[in-house]
Ligand binder design. Structure first.
Ligand code: DON
Length: 307
């Protein structure tokens, strides 16, 4: 029997299509010029069935959605103690690009804000890895989550790095506090490259489904990170993944999630499915307007809320 899910996804997309509110991210020139009308959704079940509708072939940069996956790689590569010594797990209540350091320790408050993510970027791979080896580890790791080889969009990378004054400032302060232990510009450059990886909505659904499936990619069957790492990652996504909108999100949608400024949004429903949406116009918090609306609808229609 044909699954009703594709028709449901198509109907959900048409219910939000008319909403033109929000704006594409303007601080990265290459994103400001993206087609704002693109719209897509995908769902991948824990046993690997993948459904998608809309602009499913559109490739866009992963941006902040890379953060939970690189956090997971850092935990797997360096262990919890080493990572927690550098990055806390407390919601900041501030914007994604705020400094948000813990006053007593100088640690970034969590790995989902830029300051925390620049730090976890430096912790991926074995201690002593070169920036090139670390970059390769990140591309290999995120590709394993997605189940296919991901590539960097050089135009997005160049566009962002040429205007990354704020992230450079954050990295310099992290270096001054001995939170990162290398040239701040090398850290920002690697982090920006990680954010420039190209994905489709189906890739994101599969990456989220790998988290929902305790770290095993449900289509390739490959274990990517241990279950304890996934538990830590999903917990931080639940409390910090939507930045200063995290409380609103948790009460209204109720699943661990992560957004990106190119318009992607993922949610992971442990033991059940990974869900992803793509729509480039963002709200003031940097979260996709129609993506949030779609997730609110999925929760009310499918009872996804964990509480
Ligand atoms: O560091 C930045 O500003 C971007 N590369 C990523 C920010 C982002 O995606 C925030 N999320 N909504």
């Amino acid at each position: 029997m044909r699954s009703p899910i594709p028709d449901y996804l198509a109907e959900a997309l048409s219910s939000v299509e008319a909403d033109q509110s929000g704006a594409t991210a303007d601080y990265i020139p290459e994103l400001a010029s993206a087609d704002p009308n693109r719209l897509a959704a995908a769902l991948c079940t824990e046993d690997g069935r993948l459904y998608s509708q809309g602009d499913v072939d559109a490739a866009f940069s992963i941006q902040s959605i890379s953060k939970p996956f690189v956090y997971a790689l850092a935990l797997a590569d360096r262990g919890f103690d080493e990572v927690l010594a550098k990055v806390s797990v407390e919601p900041s209540g501030d914007a994604f690009n705020d400094l948000s350091l813990e006053p007593e320790t100088g640690r970034p408050l969590n790995p989902m804000i830029n300051a925390g993510a620049i730090t976890t970027h430096t912790l991926a791979g074995p201690r002593g890895a070169t920036p090139q080896e670390r970059g390769d580890r990140i591309i290999d790791g995120l590709s394993a989550f997605a189940g296919r080889r991901l590539e960097v969009d050089d135009a997005v990378f160049s566009s962002e790095i040429s205007t990354a004054y704020r992230n450079r400032a954050l990295a310099n302060l992290l270096r001054a506090n001995d939170i990162i232990e290398e040239d701040p510009l090398v850290a920002v450059s690697g982090y920006t490259r990680q954010c420039s990886l190209l994905v489709t909505v189906e890739d994101l659904a599969l990456m989220a489904a790998t988290l929902a499936n305790r770290g095993v990619n449900p289509r390739t069957g490959r274990p990517v990170v241990p279950a304890a790492v996934v538990r830590q990652t999903l917990s931080v996504m639940a409390t910090c993944g939507m930045y200063d909108g995290a409380g609103d999100w948790m009460t209204r949608v109720g699943i661990p999630a992560k957004s990106g400024v190119a318009g992607g949004l993922i949610g992971a429903l442990p033991g059940q499915a990974g869900i992803a949406t793509f729509s480039p116009r963002l709200d003031v918090r940097g979260n996709s307007v129609r993506g949030v609306a779609l997730f609110e609808r999925f929760t009310s229609d499918m009872g996804m809320h964990l509480m």
